[in-house]
Structure formats: structure tokens, C-alpha cells
Design a protein around this ligand. Structure first.
Ligand code: SF4
Length: 306
């Protein structure tokens, strides 16, 4: 069989070893060297261009159905669970804990749950909204496992690496949020970021209020493509007497956006995290669909009150 292997950045260092394994099974093997951000970003064009029978995507669970033969190989990471001991004291004021993690540690979630239960906590594991598939799992764009149980818990615990995943859950919940990071061995509440991100968001909305020309960014990645939303937003912006154009890209290049100097603001319809995490990467404000609607509402209110 002819196969294309695709790895997230953290697993690319193992690409050759996996390729050799597949060759030993009699497959003809190719490795995608393109960046990938998740199962929303399958190398489908490459797979079709080089005419492989199957794309093997490592490190992520299925995101949504696609019209191609894709095998998902999740990658379990056995993180050091000893770090949990350090979190018991800081959680002493909270009885009901909502537990979330990433796909790499889902297999460790039951142990983590039982650990907190043995330490006198009631532990709730929520269900994701749709893109994520497993209870307790969060993605940067699916924090349902946390948001659904926000009202029921006293605090959240995220067990896993990095800040990308817990940040999305933090911004969509209200309860104290503890990160238990087994790789850097950090145990810390990250609630202060709610206020920091609220101010950043308000800042870009204030700048966008004087924008005349909007560039609406549409990604061609399989799980991030939303042309219908972009067309809807274009109509709405133009109905308010402003200019809008739809810009297409596979991976968004912020330098290229900066080179498009006619635009005063950009609107993101791709990965929802771009308008949150990457707002400092363009000189012009990068709004989400909700934020551009807010801007248009505020402009209408200004006209009415004049
Ligand atoms: S957060 Fe963005 S990059 Fe990650 S899975 Fe969702 S759409 Fe893809």
C-alpha cells in the first residue's frame, strides 16, 4: 500500500523510525514535512497529489469525517503522576473538582480521578461538545468537557502539558482553574489570565471601531474551512457601509497579512484560537466572528445615539 505519514511538530523527530516500520510491512512510504496543527489540518492535498491509498495521521484523534482514507494513531504520553501530590494542599478549599486533560493523557485520567477521590474530593469529568471525542478531553477549540460542568464544580484541574489547552477552557469558565503540569512540574492557578485576555480583547475591539476595510480570513484546512461564515460576515460588514474582502490561505502567514496594508482589521473564521492567541502577531486587530458582530452593533448604536 502507498501511504503518507503526517506528524505534529513534537513527533516529527520520530518520523523516520515510523517510516522504516511501515516499509518493513511492505508499504511504500512518504512523510509530510508540512506543519500540522491538529486533526483539523490533515495533509489531504498532499495525499491526493502523490496518489497514496491512505493518510496516517499521528498524535490526534479524529476531528471530523473527511472523504479520504485516514488512519488516526493517537499517541499516549505517560506523564509523571507524582506531581499530583503537590496539588493536594493548594486544592484544600475546594470539594468538587472538574477534571480535564488532552488526548495524550486520557489514559491516565482514571488514575488522576481516583487519586483526588482518595484525597476526599468529589471529581466530575464532563463530556466534550463534538470535535473532542472523549470525556474529560479538551481541544483548543472544544472546551465542552469543562464548560458543561462549570456550574457544578468548585474548581477545575487541568492535568497535562503546556498552556494552550487550559487557556481555552479557562476563558470559557468562571471557576478557579488549577494547572498541574507534569513536565515542568508546575502547579499553579491561572485565573489571572481571564482579566489579561479580557483587556486585550477590549483593546482590539476599540481599535476596530474605526476600521473601514475588513479582511475576512478563510482557511483551506479541512477542519478549519468556513466559507459560509465568511460570506455572511462580508454581507453584514458591507450592509454597515464598510468594505470587506475574503482572504484565503492554508496556514495563515501574519507577515503577508501585514503586507496587505489597505485592511484596517482582520476577521478570523479559521481555528478560533487565532483571534485569541495570535492577536499580537499582526499590526492590525484580528477579530473573531463574535467580536466583529460586537463592533458592528456598537457602530449602529453610535449612529442611533448621534
Ligand atoms: S484548536 Fe485550532 S488547531 Fe487545535 S484542533 Fe481546534 S481548530 Fe485545530
Amino acid at each position: 500500500m502507498k501511504i503518507l505519514l503526517q506528524f505534529p511538530e513534537g513527533l516529527k523527530e520520530k518520523a523516520l523510525a515510523y517510516a522504516k516500520e511501515e516499509e518493513a510491512k511492505g508499504n511504500e512510504v512518504f512523510i509530510s514535512a508540512s506543519p500540522t496543527f491538529g486533526a483539523c489540518d490533515l495533509a489531504l492535498e498532499e495525499a491526493k497529489m502523490i496518489k497514496v491509498d491512505k493518510l496516517v495521521h499521528f498524535g490526534h484523534a479524529e476531528f471530523h469525517k473527511v472523504d479520504f482514507n485516514v488512519e488516526y494513531r493517537e499517541f499516549e504520553v505517560d506523564a509523571d503522576l507524582g506531581i499530583l501530590d503537590d496539588s493536594v494542599e493548594v486544592l484544600k478549599d475546594y470539594k468538587k473538582i472538574g477534571l480535564v486533560t488532552t488526548i495524550q493523557h486520557i489514559h491516565q485520567l482514571q488514575y488522576v480521578k481516583e487519586f483526588y477521590e482518595k484525597n476526599g474530593k468529589e471529581v466530575i469529568v464532563g463530556r466534550p461538545y463534538g470535535f473532542a471525542k472523549k470525556p474529560g478531553q479538551i481541544l483548543g477549540c472544544d472546551i465542552g468537557s469543562a464548560a458543561r460542568i462549570d456550574k457544578e464544580v468548585d474548581a477545575f484541574v487541568y492535568f497535562g502539558g503546556g498552556m494552550f489547552h487550559p487557556l481555552g477552557a479557562l476563558l470559557n469558565t468562571k471557576k478557579p482553574f488549577l494547572v498541574v503540569e507534569p513536565f515542568t512540574r508546575k502547579v499553579e492557578f491561572i485565573d489571572r489570565y481571564r482579566e489579561i485576555y479580557r483587556k486585550r480583547r477590549n483593546g482590539k475591539i476599540a481599535v476596530a471601531l474605526s476600521a473601514k476595510n475588513f479582511g475576512i480570513v478563510v482557511s483551506t484546512k479541512n477542519g478549519q474551512h468556513n466559507m459560509n461564515l465568511a460570506k455572511l460576515l462580508k454581507k453584514k460588514i458591507e450592509a454597515n457601509g464598510l468594505n470587506a474582502a475574503i482572504l484565503t490561505a492554508n496556514t495563515i502567514n501574519f507577515e503577508s497579512l501585514d503586507n496587505m496594508r489597505e485592511f484596517d482589521a482582520f476577521v478570523n473564521t479559521a481555528c478560533p484560537r487565532i483571534a485569541i492567541d495570535d492577536i499580537d502577531r499582526t499590526r492590525k486587530p484580528m477579530l473573531s466572528a463574535n467580536e466583529v458582530n460586537e463592533v458592528l452593533d456598537m457602530l449602529s448604536e453610535q449612529i442611533v445615539s448621534k
